[in-house]
Design a protein around this ligand. Structure first.
Ligand code: HEC
Length: 187
């Protein structure tokens, strides 16, 4: 009671015409906290959805540029339990004066909205495009992973370990093969 009376009293003092509004950081969190559970996503209590700017305007509950002629502000500031938003009978706290000020400035600024923003849950998400990896230059036919590793070494001035010569490589392969076959024999 006292709270909304105070809010009403301070409203006309706010510099409405000049106050900037940040839709994403001021309006969205407020609506998300206080309204969207009943007026967003799949919910549209009283037939009112705030999913998009078009839907908000369509409902005819606010006058862009004229917060004081807007039903939405009336509902938010109302002392009538039956019409107040958010509904007190649902144990929802009333907006505090700072929040009332945000809504007021938002409507005064002409109800700005971020292009493409929606509170709808199934909003369109562009499919992830495959990102082809650009391979660094190197010897023709080289393993792409080797090329990437080599480029990384070069960029970070790391001296890559020398490649084993054929003899050592053959020896390593032989040891591996022997190990594998003895493992089989021991089974
Ligand atoms: C807990 C659910 C709930 C929350 C939260 C809620 N509302 Fe509502 N709202 C309702 C219900 C239920 C109705 C329908 C009331 C009726 O028809 O009598 C409604 C109706 C409305 C209407 C339509 C009035 C009309 O006559 O067309 C507006 C506008 C509205 N709410 C704004 C808001 C705003 C703004 C907020 C957040 C500040 C909010 N509501 C938060 C439940 C909620």
């Amino acid at each position: 009671m006292l709270r909304s009376a105070l809010a009403l009293f301070t409203l006309p003092l706010a510099p409405l015409a000049t106050a900037e509004i940040d839709f994403a950081h001021e309006v969205v969190p407020l609506l998300q906290t206080h309204c969207i559970e009943c007026h967003g996503g799949d919910e549209a209590e009283g037939g009112f959805s705030m999913n998009t700017r078009a839907l908000v305007l369509e409902a005819d509950i606010l006058e862009p540029g004229k917060p004081h002629d807007s039903i939405l502000m009336e509902l938010v500031l109302s002392d009538d339990e039956d019409e107040k938003m958010p509904p007190p009978d649902k144990k929802k706290a009333a907006l505090n004066p700072a929040e009332v000020d945000v809504l007021t400035r938002w409507i005064a600024a002409g109800v700005p909205w971020e292009e493409g923003f929606t509170f709808a849950k199934d909003r369109y998400e562009p499919p992830l495009k495959p990102r082809p990896v650009k391979l660094p230059k190197g010897p023709k036919g080289a393993n792409p992973i080797d090329l990437l590793v080599r480029e990384y070494f070069e960029r970070n001035e790391i001296h890559p370990p020398k490649l084993a010569d054929d003899e050592k490589a053959l020896l390593a392969k032989t040891v591996e093969a022997v190990k594998a076959s003895t493992a089989e024999c021991n089974m």
